[in-house]
Each structure stands twice: as structure tokens, then as C-alpha cells.
Ligand binder design. Sequence first.
Ligand code: CP
Length: 296
Amino acid sequence: MNKLTTVEKLDKKQIEGFFSEALNIEKTWPNLKKIGENKTICLFFWEPSTRTKLSFEHAAKALGFNVLDFSPSLSSVQKGESLEDTLNTLISLKIDGLVMRHPENKISEQIAKLLPKEVLFINAGDGNHAHPTQGLLDAFTISKLKNISDAKVAIIGDVKHSRVIPSLFSGLKKMDCTQIEFFGPKELIPSNFTPQKNDITENCLEGFDFLYVLRIQNERFLEDENLDLQNYIKNYQVNDKFLEFTNFDGKIMHPGPVNLDYEITKSVSNSNNSIILDQVENGLYLRAGILSLLID
Ligand code: CP
């Protein structure tokens, strides 16, 4: 297996293999075995990114890969070249791997099929379909603090437009997590994500180990979708008063980027219980681990 499009296609053993490799990499970082020597990875990002793109670049370079940075706005895409022709151009340039982010739902499945079998492919987020390495790094972060099968995880916010949640949900389930609950307004949580609670009641987060907060992903709202932001902030913003009212005393997670003072306040995001920056750091090790295991 050298193509990673979704977590759904992985089994528990493969996920455990990624986690174990990430732990080995963490121990030896930045002195990693140069398994990428004489190999080239292209970062093929059609949407903005900070942590995913830079952690892949940093991880790939630490493993000895050459890294090509494709940027659509500075490429011949601006002269009308199609995605498929761009892809064929990269293949002719003898890349060994492609890490792609794209706004179109499920495009990762098409790209994986278009690439030659020997070329590694990693989906770094496609539309609101999947973001497997984010879901896996979040599950990895949880696993470092608690047995995933015993972890009680609350997810709050814009699940509907999130590409991370399908990947995280699938990863946690495959690792035998049975206690996952969703919180937020009905219009932001599709009915297949259960159990869900649309009203925040006193002590409703008591006993949960992790609260995973999601940004309102405005860029993926359809034209006929809208949200009363002030109402959302009043009812669902994770702030000090919210934590006291819900009696939540676990760790705060967020995939980033954070929109401070919308879904979460600065004081909670920067608090001692926040592990948001640990998630970013774990992403570096996990992505290096995945690159190591998927490259030939
Ligand atoms: N979580 C995440 O994908 O962040 P970036 O958009 O900064 O890569």
C-alpha cells in the first residue's frame, strides 16, 4: 500500500504501525534514517495550508527527500493547463511521491488512480471528504495520553463542513473507541453523527477526557447555507464560563487553524489543558512515519 486517500481504507494494524513508527521518529528526531535519499516528493497544494504543508516538508527533508513545492498561483495552471496535464508533467519530472490538498470532494480517489503504481500518494485534505493524516495525528495524540479504547471524546462545532471529522471518527472507531459524542447546532451536525446533543446543558461534559473543537468552515458553506454567528458564539463558544458550566476538565484539542474568540477563546486555547500545539508537533512525527512506511 503506497496510496493513502482515507482512513476508512486502513485497518487497525496499519494504524498501529503508523503510530509505532511515529514514536520511533519522535525518539530520534531530527536525526532520522535517510530513507528518502535520491527520491523526490512533490507538495501539490491547491488550497492554503500552514501546518499540513510545512510538517510534510519538514518531515520529508528530515528523511532525506528532495522536496518540490508546486503552487498553482505561480504555475502554468494560470495559463490554462489542466490538473491532469499538470499531474502528467510532474510524473515526467520523475517524482516518487505526491502529497495533495484540493478543494474538490473525493478528488483524491481520482488522483490516486491516475498516478503510476510506484508513485506514493497522500491525501492532505480534499473538500470536506477526508483529511487522513490530520485524523490520524489526532488519534495518535489521544493515544499518547490514554488508551483509545477507554477514551471519552466530545466533538463540538462545525462537523458538517469538516474533512477532519470523518477521518478522526473512522480512526478512533478502528482503534476501538466507543465513547464519542457530538455537540453543536443541528444544522452543523449531520444526522449520521450520533449521539449528538444540540443543547449545552449543565455538567454535560463531565467525565469526558477530550474536547475536540472545530472552526466554522465558512469557505465550505453552500450559497443557501448560513449561520447566526452571534447565536453560535453565545451557545457553543468554548470559553472559561462554558467549561465551568459543562464541568469539562479534560484536554482541549483543535485541528487548527483556530479562529480566536469565535469557536474558542484565547484563554482556553492557551490554557494548560490545551494540547493544540502538541497535535501540531505530533503531526510532524506521524507524517514522517507515514512517509517512511509508504515509500518503496
Ligand atoms: N489542520 C490543518 O489542516 O491545518 P492547515 O490548513 O494549516 O494545514
